[in-house]
Design a protein around this ligand. Structure first.
Ligand code: PHE
Length: 339
Protein backbone atom coordinates (compact mmCIF):
# COMPACT_ATOMS: atom_id res chain seq x y z
CA UNK A 1 0.00 0.00 0.00
CA UNK A 2 2.87 2.30 0.81
CA UNK A 3 4.21 1.75 -2.71
CA UNK A 4 0.82 2.55 -4.23
CA UNK A 5 0.70 5.74 -2.19
CA UNK A 6 4.21 6.65 -3.21
CA UNK A 7 3.18 6.31 -6.88
CA UNK A 8 0.15 8.57 -6.37
CA UNK A 9 2.36 11.14 -4.67
CA UNK A 10 4.78 11.06 -7.60
CA UNK A 11 1.95 11.38 -10.07
CA UNK A 12 0.49 14.33 -8.17
CA UNK A 13 3.83 16.07 -7.92
CA UNK A 14 4.35 15.74 -11.65
CA UNK A 15 0.82 16.79 -12.54
CA UNK A 16 0.45 19.93 -14.69
CA UNK A 17 -2.94 21.28 -15.72
CA UNK A 18 -2.92 23.33 -18.87
CA UNK A 19 -6.68 23.88 -18.96
CA UNK A 20 -9.35 24.29 -16.34
CA UNK A 21 -10.92 21.10 -17.63
CA UNK A 22 -7.79 19.01 -17.02
CA UNK A 23 -7.66 20.37 -13.50
CA UNK A 24 -11.27 19.43 -12.87
CA UNK A 25 -10.67 15.89 -14.11
CA UNK A 26 -7.68 15.64 -11.79
CA UNK A 27 -9.81 16.86 -8.89
CA UNK A 28 -12.52 14.28 -9.58
CA UNK A 29 -9.94 11.54 -9.96
CA UNK A 30 -8.48 12.17 -6.50
CA UNK A 31 -11.12 13.96 -4.48
CA UNK A 32 -14.35 12.83 -6.14
CA UNK A 33 -16.85 10.60 -4.32
CA UNK A 34 -15.47 7.54 -6.06
CA UNK A 35 -12.00 9.05 -6.22
CA UNK A 36 -8.64 7.65 -5.20
CA UNK A 37 -8.54 9.24 -1.76
CA UNK A 38 -11.91 7.90 -0.73
CA UNK A 39 -10.78 4.45 -1.88
CA UNK A 40 -7.60 4.82 0.12
CA UNK A 41 -9.49 5.81 3.24
CA UNK A 42 -11.70 2.78 2.68
CA UNK A 43 -8.61 0.51 2.35
CA UNK A 44 -7.10 2.16 5.41
CA UNK A 45 -9.59 0.35 7.61
CA UNK A 46 -7.96 -2.94 6.67
CA UNK A 47 -4.38 -1.84 7.23
CA UNK A 48 -2.75 -3.79 10.07
CA UNK A 49 -2.51 -1.75 13.22
CA UNK A 50 1.31 -1.59 13.27
CA UNK A 51 1.29 0.05 9.78
CA UNK A 52 -1.59 2.43 10.40
CA UNK A 53 0.60 5.33 11.48
CA UNK A 54 2.86 5.26 8.39
CA UNK A 55 0.06 4.65 5.92
CA UNK A 56 -2.13 7.31 7.58
CA UNK A 57 0.68 9.86 7.29
CA UNK A 58 1.21 9.04 3.62
CA UNK A 59 -2.51 9.32 2.84
CA UNK A 60 -2.59 12.72 4.53
CA UNK A 61 0.51 13.79 2.66
CA UNK A 62 -1.12 12.80 -0.62
CA UNK A 63 -4.38 14.55 0.26
CA UNK A 64 -2.59 17.80 1.14
CA UNK A 65 -0.50 17.61 -1.97
CA UNK A 66 -3.53 17.09 -4.18
CA UNK A 67 -5.30 20.00 -2.52
CA UNK A 68 -2.25 22.25 -2.95
CA UNK A 69 -1.94 21.36 -6.62
CA UNK A 70 -5.57 22.10 -7.25
CA UNK A 71 -5.39 25.41 -5.39
CA UNK A 72 -2.28 26.59 -7.17
CA UNK A 73 -3.60 25.83 -10.65
CA UNK A 74 -7.07 27.06 -9.82
CA UNK A 75 -5.78 30.46 -8.73
CA UNK A 76 -3.53 30.75 -11.76
CA UNK A 77 -6.45 29.98 -14.07
CA UNK A 78 -8.64 32.43 -12.23
CA UNK A 79 -6.05 35.16 -12.38
CA UNK A 80 -5.32 34.78 -16.02
CA UNK A 81 -8.84 34.43 -17.34
CA UNK A 82 -11.57 35.84 -15.20
CA UNK A 83 -11.18 37.81 -12.01
CA UNK A 84 -13.68 37.47 -9.19
CA UNK A 85 -15.80 40.19 -10.74
CA UNK A 86 -16.04 38.20 -13.97
CA UNK A 87 -13.80 40.51 -15.99
CA UNK A 88 -11.66 38.64 -18.49
CA UNK A 89 -8.15 39.72 -17.61
CA UNK A 90 -6.59 37.97 -20.57
CA UNK A 91 -8.60 40.00 -23.08
CA UNK A 92 -6.34 42.42 -25.03
CA UNK A 93 -6.54 45.97 -23.71
CA UNK A 94 -8.40 48.61 -25.66
CA UNK A 95 -5.81 50.79 -27.38
CA UNK A 96 -5.67 54.27 -25.90
CA UNK A 97 -7.65 56.60 -28.08
CA UNK A 98 -5.30 59.48 -28.76
CA UNK A 99 -6.89 62.82 -29.44
CA UNK A 100 -5.81 65.00 -32.32
CA UNK A 101 -5.08 68.68 -32.36
CA UNK A 102 -7.78 70.96 -33.68
CA UNK A 103 -7.01 72.19 -37.22
CA UNK A 104 -7.13 75.79 -35.96
CA UNK A 105 -4.43 74.98 -33.37
CA UNK A 106 -2.36 73.16 -35.98
CA UNK A 107 -2.42 76.06 -38.41
CA UNK A 108 -1.90 78.64 -35.65
CA UNK A 109 1.15 76.71 -34.43
CA UNK A 110 2.47 76.47 -37.97
CA UNK A 111 2.06 80.22 -38.54
CA UNK A 112 3.76 80.96 -35.22
CA UNK A 113 6.57 78.57 -36.11
CA UNK A 114 7.16 80.24 -39.48
CA UNK A 115 7.34 83.75 -38.02
CA UNK A 116 9.43 82.58 -35.06
CA UNK A 117 12.06 81.44 -37.51
CA UNK A 118 12.49 85.00 -38.77
CA UNK A 119 12.64 86.56 -35.34
CA UNK A 120 9.05 87.45 -34.47
CA UNK A 121 8.07 87.13 -30.83
CA UNK A 122 4.56 86.25 -29.66
CA UNK A 123 2.41 88.72 -27.78
CA UNK A 124 -1.00 88.23 -26.25
CA UNK A 125 -3.59 90.54 -24.80
CA UNK A 126 -7.12 90.65 -23.39
CA UNK A 127 -10.19 89.58 -25.37
CA UNK A 128 -12.31 92.13 -23.53
CA UNK A 129 -10.93 95.46 -24.62
CA UNK A 130 -11.64 99.16 -24.61
CA UNK A 131 -12.39 101.45 -27.53
CA UNK A 132 -8.93 102.99 -27.42
CA UNK A 133 -6.94 99.80 -28.05
CA UNK A 134 -9.32 98.36 -30.65
CA UNK A 135 -10.26 101.53 -32.55
CA UNK A 136 -9.09 104.99 -31.47
CA UNK A 137 -5.37 104.31 -31.20
CA UNK A 138 -5.57 102.59 -34.58
CA UNK A 139 -6.78 105.75 -36.28
CA UNK A 140 -10.41 104.69 -36.78
CA UNK A 141 -12.43 107.84 -37.46
CA UNK A 142 -15.19 108.51 -34.93
CA UNK A 143 -17.88 107.50 -37.39
CA UNK A 144 -16.13 104.47 -38.89
CA UNK A 145 -18.63 101.68 -39.65
CA UNK A 146 -16.46 99.06 -37.87
CA UNK A 147 -17.39 100.77 -34.60
CA UNK A 148 -21.02 100.23 -35.41
CA UNK A 149 -23.12 97.88 -33.30
CA UNK A 150 -23.38 95.60 -36.32
CA UNK A 151 -19.77 94.60 -36.18
CA UNK A 152 -18.79 94.97 -32.58
CA UNK A 153 -20.10 93.20 -29.50
CA UNK A 154 -20.29 95.95 -26.91
CA UNK A 155 -20.18 94.80 -23.32
CA UNK A 156 -20.73 98.22 -21.86
CA UNK A 157 -21.94 100.93 -24.19
CA UNK A 158 -21.28 103.90 -21.95
CA UNK A 159 -17.67 103.06 -21.07
CA UNK A 160 -17.12 101.50 -24.51
CA UNK A 161 -15.93 98.14 -23.23
CA UNK A 162 -16.15 95.59 -26.02
CA UNK A 163 -14.96 92.25 -27.37
CA UNK A 164 -11.95 92.86 -29.59
CA UNK A 165 -12.74 92.65 -33.30
CA UNK A 166 -9.09 92.09 -34.23
CA UNK A 167 -5.82 91.40 -32.43
CA UNK A 168 -4.34 94.69 -33.64
CA UNK A 169 -5.34 95.79 -30.12
CA UNK A 170 -2.53 93.62 -28.75
CA UNK A 171 -0.07 95.43 -30.97
CA UNK A 172 -1.21 98.79 -29.65
CA UNK A 173 -0.41 97.47 -26.17
CA UNK A 174 3.02 96.28 -27.33
CA UNK A 175 3.79 99.66 -28.96
CA UNK A 176 2.68 101.49 -25.81
CA UNK A 177 4.84 99.35 -23.58
CA UNK A 178 8.05 98.78 -25.52
CA UNK A 179 10.52 100.59 -27.70
CA UNK A 180 11.43 99.77 -31.32
CA UNK A 181 12.74 97.59 -32.79
CA UNK A 182 9.48 95.68 -32.39
CA UNK A 183 8.93 92.42 -34.21
CA UNK A 184 5.94 90.52 -32.92
CA UNK A 185 2.91 88.49 -33.89
CA UNK A 186 -0.31 88.28 -31.91
CA UNK A 187 -2.44 85.18 -32.32
CA UNK A 188 -5.84 85.11 -30.64
CA UNK A 189 -9.61 84.91 -30.70
CA UNK A 190 -11.63 87.78 -32.09
CA UNK A 191 -15.34 88.54 -32.14
CA UNK A 192 -17.60 90.14 -34.71
CA UNK A 193 -21.34 90.43 -34.72
CA UNK A 194 -22.00 88.41 -37.86
CA UNK A 195 -24.69 85.89 -38.74
CA UNK A 196 -23.21 82.39 -38.65
CA UNK A 197 -22.91 80.77 -42.07
CA UNK A 198 -20.50 78.59 -44.07
CA UNK A 199 -18.40 81.70 -44.74
CA UNK A 200 -18.73 83.77 -41.57
CA UNK A 201 -18.74 83.22 -37.82
CA UNK A 202 -19.06 85.53 -34.84
CA UNK A 203 -15.92 84.05 -33.26
CA UNK A 204 -12.77 83.39 -35.21
CA UNK A 205 -8.99 83.44 -34.83
CA UNK A 206 -6.37 85.78 -36.15
CA UNK A 207 -2.63 86.16 -36.32
CA UNK A 208 -1.56 89.75 -36.76
CA UNK A 209 2.04 90.84 -37.22
CA UNK A 210 3.91 94.08 -36.57
CA UNK A 211 7.44 95.14 -37.41
CA UNK A 212 8.74 98.57 -36.40
CA UNK A 213 12.30 99.78 -36.80
CA UNK A 214 14.30 102.41 -38.62
CA UNK A 215 14.02 102.21 -42.41
CA UNK A 216 11.41 99.47 -42.60
CA UNK A 217 10.00 99.56 -46.11
CA UNK A 218 7.17 98.10 -48.15
CA UNK A 219 9.76 95.82 -49.78
CA UNK A 220 10.45 94.30 -46.35
CA UNK A 221 6.75 93.68 -45.94
CA UNK A 222 6.54 92.00 -49.31
CA UNK A 223 9.54 89.76 -48.66
CA UNK A 224 8.25 88.75 -45.24
CA UNK A 225 4.85 87.82 -46.62
CA UNK A 226 6.38 86.03 -49.57
CA UNK A 227 8.48 83.95 -47.18
CA UNK A 228 5.39 83.17 -45.14
CA UNK A 229 3.31 82.14 -48.16
CA UNK A 230 6.00 79.82 -49.47
CA UNK A 231 6.55 78.20 -46.08
CA UNK A 232 2.83 77.76 -45.58
CA UNK A 233 1.62 76.71 -49.02
CA UNK A 234 4.78 75.45 -50.74
CA UNK A 235 7.87 76.72 -52.55
CA UNK A 236 6.05 77.38 -55.84
CA UNK A 237 3.38 79.59 -54.28
CA UNK A 238 2.89 82.93 -55.98
CA UNK A 239 1.52 86.01 -54.24
CA UNK A 240 -0.09 89.20 -55.43
CA UNK A 241 -0.80 92.44 -53.58
CA UNK A 242 -3.88 94.53 -54.36
CA UNK A 243 -4.32 98.09 -53.10
CA UNK A 244 -6.80 98.29 -50.23
CA UNK A 245 -7.78 100.45 -47.28
CA UNK A 246 -7.36 100.10 -43.52
CA UNK A 247 -7.50 103.09 -41.15
CA UNK A 248 -4.26 102.04 -39.44
CA UNK A 249 -2.04 101.44 -42.50
CA UNK A 250 -1.04 103.65 -45.40
CA UNK A 251 -0.53 102.42 -48.05
CA UNK A 252 -2.63 99.32 -47.48
CA UNK A 253 -2.96 96.12 -49.46
CA UNK A 254 -4.64 92.77 -49.51
CA UNK A 255 -2.58 89.74 -50.35
CA UNK A 256 -3.75 86.87 -52.53
CA UNK A 257 -2.03 83.54 -53.12
CA UNK A 258 -2.44 81.62 -56.36
CA UNK A 259 -5.27 79.14 -55.77
CA UNK A 260 -3.62 75.93 -54.58
CA UNK A 261 -6.66 73.89 -55.56
CA UNK A 262 -6.72 74.62 -59.31
CA UNK A 263 -3.13 75.88 -59.52
CA UNK A 264 -4.34 79.30 -60.70
CA UNK A 265 -6.42 78.03 -63.62
CA UNK A 266 -9.72 78.95 -61.98
CA UNK A 267 -12.18 76.85 -59.97
CA UNK A 268 -15.22 77.34 -57.77
CA UNK A 269 -13.07 77.80 -54.63
CA UNK A 270 -11.26 80.82 -56.11
CA UNK A 271 -14.44 81.83 -57.93
CA UNK A 272 -12.64 81.34 -61.25
CA UNK A 273 -10.13 84.14 -60.55
CA UNK A 274 -7.16 81.84 -59.86
CA UNK A 275 -6.40 83.82 -56.68
CA UNK A 276 -7.37 83.49 -53.02
CA UNK A 277 -7.30 86.40 -50.61
CA UNK A 278 -5.51 85.49 -47.39
CA UNK A 279 -4.56 88.65 -45.51
CA UNK A 280 -4.59 92.42 -45.10
CA UNK A 281 -1.42 94.43 -44.68
CA UNK A 282 0.27 97.78 -45.05
CA UNK A 283 2.71 100.34 -43.68
CA UNK A 284 1.76 101.46 -40.17
CA UNK A 285 0.07 104.87 -40.39
CA UNK A 286 2.24 107.54 -38.68
CA UNK A 287 -0.85 108.55 -36.68
CA UNK A 288 -0.87 105.12 -35.04
CA UNK A 289 2.81 105.45 -34.10
CA UNK A 290 2.11 108.90 -32.61
CA UNK A 291 -0.86 107.54 -30.65
CA UNK A 292 1.47 104.96 -29.13
CA UNK A 293 4.21 107.52 -28.38
CA UNK A 294 6.62 106.19 -31.00
CA UNK A 295 8.66 108.73 -32.95
CA UNK A 296 7.07 108.59 -36.40
CA UNK A 297 9.89 110.65 -37.93
CA UNK A 298 12.48 108.12 -36.88
CA UNK A 299 10.60 104.86 -37.20
CA UNK A 300 8.48 103.18 -39.82
CA UNK A 301 6.81 99.79 -39.72
CA UNK A 302 4.58 97.32 -41.41
CA UNK A 303 1.63 95.33 -40.16
CA UNK A 304 -0.42 92.44 -41.44
CA UNK A 305 -3.32 90.36 -40.22
CA UNK A 306 -4.86 87.09 -41.28
CA UNK A 307 -7.71 84.80 -40.26
CA UNK A 308 -6.54 81.35 -39.17
CA UNK A 309 -9.83 79.72 -40.21
CA UNK A 310 -9.34 80.96 -43.74
CA UNK A 311 -5.77 79.71 -43.99
CA UNK A 312 -6.83 76.32 -42.61
CA UNK A 313 -9.70 76.18 -45.12
CA UNK A 314 -7.27 76.68 -47.98
CA UNK A 315 -4.67 74.34 -46.59
CA UNK A 316 -7.04 71.46 -45.88
CA UNK A 317 -9.80 72.14 -48.42
CA UNK A 318 -12.45 72.76 -45.76
CA UNK A 319 -15.53 74.40 -47.22
CA UNK A 320 -17.64 75.28 -44.19
CA UNK A 321 -16.51 77.43 -41.25
CA UNK A 322 -19.04 75.86 -38.93
CA UNK A 323 -17.14 72.57 -38.97
CA UNK A 324 -14.44 74.18 -36.80
CA UNK A 325 -16.87 74.77 -33.97
CA UNK A 326 -19.00 71.62 -34.00
CA UNK A 327 -16.22 69.37 -32.67
CA UNK A 328 -17.44 66.36 -34.58
CA UNK A 329 -14.74 63.73 -33.93
CA UNK A 330 -15.09 62.38 -37.48
CA UNK A 331 -13.93 65.80 -38.69
CA UNK A 332 -11.29 66.32 -36.02
CA UNK A 333 -9.75 62.84 -36.38
CA UNK A 334 -8.56 63.71 -39.86
CA UNK A 335 -5.94 66.13 -38.58
CA UNK A 336 -2.65 64.81 -37.34
CA UNK A 337 0.61 66.68 -36.93
CA UNK A 338 3.61 67.00 -34.71
CA UNK A 339 3.22 70.73 -34.15
N1 PHE B 1 -6.73 94.22 -38.44
C1 PHE B 1 -7.16 93.89 -39.78
C2 PHE B 1 -8.41 93.03 -39.72
O1 PHE B 1 -8.75 92.56 -38.68
C3 PHE B 1 -6.11 93.17 -40.56
C4 PHE B 1 -4.90 94.01 -40.81
C5 PHE B 1 -3.84 94.03 -39.91
C6 PHE B 1 -4.81 94.77 -41.93
C7 PHE B 1 -2.73 94.80 -40.16
C8 PHE B 1 -3.69 95.53 -42.20
C9 PHE B 1 -2.65 95.55 -41.31
O2 PHE B 1 -9.05 92.81 -40.70
Amino acid sequence: MIDKLQNYIKETEAFIASTAEELENFRIKYLGKKGILNDLFEDFKNVPRENKKDVGQKINELKNLVQEKINSFKSSFEESTTSKSGIDLTAPADPNKMGTRHPISLVRNEIIDIFNRIGFTISEGPEIEDDWHVFSALNFPEEHPARDMQDTFFIDDASKILLRTHTSSVQVRVMENSKPPIRTISPGRVFRNEAISARAHCIFHQVEGLYIDENVSFADLKQTLMFFAKEMFGEKTQIRLRPSYFPFTEPSAEMDVACNICGGKGCNVCKYTGWLEILGCGMVDPNVLKNCKIDSEKYTGFAFGMGIERIAMLKYGINDLRLYFENDVRFLNQFKSSL
